[in-house]
Design a protein around this ligand. Structure first.
Ligand code: HEC
Ligand code: HEC
Ligand code: HEC
Ligand code: HEC
Ligand code: HEC
Length: 495
C-alpha cells in the first residue's frame, strides 16, 4: 500500500465519521423536537403563519370607494368602523413595528393577514408603516375582503380550529371574455344583481359566525396557543345554541342588539347594518381627532356616532348586584356580583391580556367614615394590586409575565365572565366601630389598556406616522375610563 493511499483512506473514513456526526445531530434535533402535534402544511398554507388562501385569477381586488358608488349606505356605515381603521390604527401599527423588529416579516405577515388581508396576499405590504401603500392595502378589513370570502379551511388548520385568517379569498374568476368579479352575500341574487360590475353568489356562510371566526381567533404563530378566543367563547355559549350569531349583535343598531341578546330573536333582514361596533371607543376617539385635524367634518361626525355606540354597548353589557354577608348577626363582608348580560362571548373578550375591566367599590357608615375602598387608580393612573380585575395575564415560554402576542404562549391568570354567567367578588368590611347603616357603591369600570402599555405602543409607531401631525397629540393623554355599570345599596350592620 502506498503512503498516499493510506492518507486518502483515512480521510475518507474521517469524512464518513464527520457525516455521521452531522447526521446524528440533524437526526437528534428531530427526535428532541418532540411529537409534532400541530403539523403545518406549507403548500396548502403558502402565507403561513397567516392561514389565508388566495384563489388567484386576473380579477383584482376592488377598493371600498368603488363599491360605495353603488352601495353608498353600506359604505357610510362601514367607513369609520374598527374594520375600516384596522390597518391605520396607531395602536396596531406601534405593536406591529415592535413585532417586526423582534421576529421579522416572516412572522408579522400573520398580523397583516387579519389587519389588511389584500395588502398581505398581493405582497404589497412589506412591514409596518403606511407610506406608499395603495388605498386597497390601507382599507384594512374592507368590503372586498368579506365579500370575496368563498369558503373557510377551519378543519385543516394546524389546530383543526378556525383562526389566523383561515379563509379563502376569491375576488373573481377568469372567463373566455376576461376576468369577472364575483361578490358573495346573504341574499338570493336578484335580476341584474351587480349591474354588470360583479356577479352575485348566495353564501350562507355570510350569515354565520364562521365568517368572522377566521380573524376573531388569534393563535401564537408557532406554538398555536389561543391568545384571543372570541369565536370559541361564543361557540360554547347559549347564543350559539339558539342561533344568535356575531352579525345579530354587531351588524345592527344598539336597540336591535339588545333585543337579540335578551330574546334570542334574530333581526329582520332589513335591520342589518355595517357598523361592526364593539368596545374600542379609544380608537374612535383618536380617529375623530384625526378627521377633525384633516378638516373632514362628516367623517368626524360619523366617528362620534360610532364612539357613542361603543359606549352604549359597553353600558348594556353587564349588571352589578350588591349582597351583604352576615356572620353571627353582624355585617362582615360585601359580595359584589358582576353579570354578563349581553356579550355573546366572555366579558371582556379577545385581547384579554391588554384590556382592563375591574370593580371599584367604596362603603361608608352613617358618619361618612370609609369602611371599605378598593379599585381606585393610583397617582400614575395604574390599577392597584389587590383590585379585582376581569382580564388575563399572559406569559411566555419561561413562565414570566408577557404582553406581546409573539411571546405569549400561556395565561397565568384568566378571569373573564362567560356569556349569561356571573362572577362574585368578596370584600371584608371594617365594621367594628361603624355606626348606623352602611352605604355601598360599586362600579364596573373599563379601559382599553393600562396607561404605560398604551404609551409604549403609541410611541412605537414608524416615523411616517407622526402622532402630532395626524392626531394632534404631543403626549398620550390620560386614557379615558368608562363606567359600564354603577350600583348603590344601603346595608344594615346587624341582621
Ligand atoms: C387572526 C387574526 C389576527 C391576527 C393574526 C392578528 N390580529 Fe391583531 N387583532 C385582531 C382582532 C380581531 C382585534 C380586535 C380585538 C378587540 O378589539 O378586542 C385585534 C386587535 C389588535 C390590537 C389592538 C388594537 C387597539 O386599537 O386596541 C393590536 C395592537 C393588534 N391587534 C396587533 C397585532 C399584531 C402586532 C399582530 C401580529 C403579531 C396581530 N395583531 C395579529 C385580529 C388579529
Ligand atoms: C367584516 C365583513 C364585512 C365587511 C368589511 C363588509 N361586509 Fe357587507 N356584509 C357582510 C355580512 C356578514 C353581510 C350579511 C348580513 C346580513 O345577514 O344581512 C353583508 C351584507 C352586505 C350586502 C347585502 C345587503 C345588506 O346590506 O345586508 C351588501 C350589498 C354589502 N354587504 C356590501 C358591502 C359593502 C359595499 C361594504 C364596504 C363598504 C361591505 N359590505 C363591507 C360582511 C361584511
Ligand atoms: C355598478 C354598481 C355596483 C358596484 C360598483 C358594486 N355593486 Fe354590489 N351590487 C350591485 C347591485 C345592483 C346589487 C343588487 C342588490 C342591491 O341593489 O343591493 C348588488 C349586490 C351586492 C351584494 C349582495 C349580494 C347577495 O347576493 O347578497 C353584495 C355583497 C355586493 N353587491 C358587494 C359589492 C362589493 C363588495 C362591491 C365592491 C367591490 C360592489 N358590490 C360593487 C351593484 C354594484
Ligand atoms: C379579515 C379579518 C376579519 C374578519 C373576516 C372579521 N373581522 Fe372583525 N376585526 C378584525 C380586526 C383586525 C379588528 C381590529 C382592528 C383594530 O382594532 O385595529 C376587528 C374588529 C372588530 C370589531 C370591533 C372590536 C372593538 O373592540 O370595537 C367587531 C365588533 C368585529 N370586528 C366584528 C366582526 C364580525 C361580526 C365579523 C363577521 C361578520 C368580523 N368582525 C369579521 C378582523 C376581521
Ligand atoms: C348577544 C350579543 C353578542 C354576540 C352574539 C356577539 N357579541 Fe361581540 N360584543 C357584544 C357586546 C355587548 C360587547 C361589548 C362588551 C365586551 O367587550 O365584551 C361585545 C364586544 C366585542 C368585541 C370587542 C371586545 C373588546 O373588549 O375589545 C369584539 C371583537 C367582538 N365583540 C366580536 C364578536 C364576534 C367575533 C362574535 C361572534 C363570534 C360576537 N362578538 C358575538 C355582544 C355580542
Amino acid at each position: 500500500m502506498e503512503k498516499g493511499e493510506i492518507t486518502m483512506k483515512v480521510s475518507v473514513i474521517f469524512k464518513a465519521m464527520l457525516l455521521s456526526v452531522v447526521a446524528a445531530a440533524v437526526f437528534s434535533s428531530v427526535v428532541f423536537a418532540g411529537p409534532n402535534y400541530f403539523a403545518v402544511d406549507r403548500e396548502f398554507y403558502p402565507y403561513y403563519p397567516s392561514l389565508i388562501k388566495w384563489d388567484k385569477s386576473q380579477a383584482k381586488f376592488t377598493e371600498p370607494k368603488v363599491c360605495a358608488g353603488c352601495h353608498p349606505k353600506q359604505y357610510e356605515e362601514w367607513n369609520g368602523s374598527v374594520h375600516a381603521l384596522a390597518f391605520h390604527d396607531p395602536v396596531y401599527q406601534g405593536e406591529l413595528n415592535l413585532a417586526f423588529k423582534a421576529v421579522g416579516h416572516e412572522v408579522t405577515r400573520k398580523c397583516e393577514g387579519c389587519h389588511s388581508p389584500a395588502g398581505m396576499v398581493t405582497g404589497e405590504i412589506k412591514g409596518p408603516g403606511l407610506k406608499g401603500l395603495s388605498p386597497m392595502a390601507l382599507a384594512g378589513v374592507s368590503c372586498d375582503i368579506c365579500h370575496s370570502i368563498s369558503g373557510v379551511t377551519h378543519w385543516q388548520t394546524p389546530t383543526r380550529e378556525p383562526g389566523n385568517g383561515s379563509f379563502i379569498l376569491s375576488p373573481g374568476k377568469d372567463t373566455p371574455d376576461g376576468p369577472k368579479l364575483v361578490k358573495r352575500g346573504p341574499l338570493t341574487p336578484s335580476d341584474g344583481c351587480g349591474m354588470g360590475f360583479h356577479e352575485c353568489v348566495e353564501s350562507p356562510l355570510h350569515q354565520q359566525a364562521d365568517l368572522c371566526a377566521s380573524c376573531h381567533q388569534v393563535f401564537h404563530y408557532d406554538k398555536h396557543f389561543p391568545i384571543e378566543a372570541t369565536y370559541s367563547e361564543w361557540k360554547g355559549s347559549p347564543y350559539a345554541q339558539r342561533g344568535i350569531h356575531c352579525q345579530d349583535c354587531h351588524m345592527v343598531e344598539i336597540e336591535t342588539f339588545i333585543r337579540s341578546a335578551d330574546t334570542f330573536r334574530k333581526p329582520d333582514r332589513k335591520e342589518y347594518r355595517h357598523y361592526f361596533n364593539g368596545a374600542n371607543y379609544l380608537l374612535y376617539y383618536l380617529a375623530q381627532a384625526a378627521a377633525k385635524k384633516a378638516g373632514d367634518e362628516n367623517l368626524a361626525a360619523n366617528l362620534k356616532q360610532k364612539y357613542d355606540m361603543a359606549v352604549k354597548r359597553l353600558q348594556s353589557a353587564a349588571e352589578i348586584e350588591i349582597h351583604p354577608v352576615y356572620s353571627k348577626g353582624r355585617l362582615i363582608e360585601v359580595k359584589v356580583r358582576v353579570k354578563n348580560m349581553r356579550a355573546g362571548h366572555n366579558l371582556p373578550t379577545s385581547l384579554t391580556n391588554v384590556r382592563e375591566m375591574w370593580i371599584e367599590v367604596t362603603a361608608r357608615d352613617t358618619s361618612g367614615k370609609a369602611v371599605l375602598t378598593s379599585g381606585g387608580l393610583d397617582k400614575n393612573n395604574r390599577l392597584q394590586p389587590e383590585t379585582r380585575v376581569f382580564n388575563s395575564d399572559g406569559m411566555g415560554d419561561n413562565f414570566h409575565f408577557a404582553i406581546d402576542p409573539w411571546i405569549v404562549t400561556g395565561f397565568s391568570r384568566h378571569d373573564t365572565i362567560p356569556p349569561k354567567g356571573y362572577k362574585d367578588a368578596y370584600y371584608g368590611i371594617n365594621s367594628g366601630k361603624a355606626k348606623g347603616k352602611i352605604t355601598v357603591e360599586a362600579r364596573l369600570r373599563y379601559r382599553q389598556a393600562d396607561q404605560k402599555v398604551a404609551e409604549k405602543l403609541l410611541s412605537s409607531v414608524t416615523a411616517d406616522i407622526n402622532l402630532e401631525a395626524i392626531y394632534g397629540i404631543k403626549e398620550v393623554p390620560e386614557l379615558p375610563v368608562l363606567d359600564m355599570a354603577v350600583k348603590k345599596a344601603s346595608l344594615s350592620l346587624n341582621k
